[in-house]
Ligand binder design. Sequence first.
Ligand SMILES: *[C@@H]1O[C@H](CO)[C@@H](O)[C@H](O)[C@H]1NC(C)=O
Length: 436
Amino acid sequence: MSKRQAATANAGEGDGETATTSGRPSQRGGNASNKFNASQRKSRGDNTGAIVVSVLLAVAAIAATFWATTGNTRTRPAPPNAALRDIARQLLDPNKGILAADESPGTFAKRLGKGVPNTLTVRRQWRRTLLSAPQLEEYISGVILHEETFIHGDSDVQSAIGRGIAVGIKLDEGTVPLQPKKSGERATKGLEGLEGRCTRFRNRGGAVFAKWRAVFRVGRHTPSRAAIRRNAGDLAAFAAAAQACGVVPILEPEVLAEGDHDMQRGGAAAARVLRGVFRALRRRADVDPGAMLLKVAFVTPGQRSTEQVEPHEVANATLRVLLRTVPRIVPGIVFLSGGQSEETATSNLLALSQLALERAQAGKPPLPWALSFSFGRALQSSALEAWQRGDVAEAQVLLTRRARANALAQQGRQGKAAEMVEGVSPAPRPGLSGEG
Ligand SMILES: *[C@@H]1O[C@H](CO)[C@@H](O)[C@H](O)[C@H]1NC(C)=O
């Protein structure tokens, strides 16, 4: 059973809240038939009819103006790309998630403790530890890598592929400030030469998917319309380039958890950003929205907010935003961990899956997309600590165990993973020791 089917079987969504890309307004039909009715009625010389006709014509004129101003932003999407949809489906295996191991050297430096030099060799050894973790392929469908891993760790990449783990390339080149600088808003670099780079990593490295990250800061005046428009346009351009090069794009418009905003404002910002992204995608005739994944943050209060929320509230707020903004043609949404602890990220994922199950039990229609995880820090933190102590085997066990906990959580299952979830005291369970 595919993950899509699993989501269909498990989840419920009945209220037609879901955004849709179908049901586009027809520009011609309504207008023409109104005119036709009008001429018929006029020929009868009926006064009441004439008034009705004027009203109809006025309505038709308003409607025509409306479609002309909003309708021209909607372009017919590219025809279904069967090969890429297939890869997306594999990435969305219901029993697996995606490991994000694509930190830039600068970001990786922040993850390392003092005393461990942030050299290419060290990073390569760490990525080799991740990619060669025993049984990782049981819980991980794909891994997102930085280009340095493709270039300097090609044997590690190829052995991951050999184990059935799809590899993806981070194609964005980080962010730069947008004007005015003090807004703290940023745009993403890397569109120049994108298709060429994409083709190289696909043909030589075996990459079958690619990622592009844009960031949005929640502040008094942000995310601004300009920042949303700019980043959404670039995400859509990336999606087109990636599909043209033959890889599945993962669009990551990340609403940052930095700030003191409450959860409601975080949700409102996420909704505005996602609307902007899908507006930009609808403008492009060269993107198949059924052959991409969306990567987003859970909707939470800002890190400096005093608001306390439980995972089930995070799940509710997150799903609410997604149901209102993400078209049902999108096959899957994967969550980033964005600095959340391993336990918190797993708890939020579990709460979201359980909410989907509850909705199904309440008779609501299924969620239109599969939900999964694409964590970086929330999969690597404990493992990286063990590794820095010099314990490679322990690091690999911790990574695989955390991947398994998330794989279970995304199916709404806590099971043996109870001890991996925040707020649940570890109970001794027979058979738990030695697993992983
Ligand atoms: C969130 O909770 C409210 C109140 O319990 C409920 O009416 C609503 O359907 C929930 N939203 C989702 C997306 O499940």
